[in-house]
Design a protein around this ligand. Sequence first.
Ligand SMILES: [Zn+2]
Length: 102
Amino acid sequence: MNDKSQIWYGFCTYWTDDWDFLKPTPENKGIPSCPECGSVGFQMTIQDWNQGIAKYEVPDNPGYAVFVTELKEKCHGKTTMLELWEQKKGVLAKEVSPEEEE
Ligand SMILES: [Zn+2]
């Protein structure tokens, strides 16, 4: 399956449109899984995936789409995509806010 119309995304931050990267393991009975942590996952169409990201980005999460794109085929183990985003958002907010207040 390599037609790139279906996104696979795991409980970890791993996602891909190339199912050849996914690794079915004996432990989870051959279900496509994250090649790094073995997490099972979900699938959705690329259209739904992109729409979901766009909806989440505007208006409260500027930069989310770029963030997700950078996570492609990267596993962060037990950290979910939203947890990682919240962390990154915290860092971004600190970078932006002036810290000269006394
Ligand atoms: Zn993973």
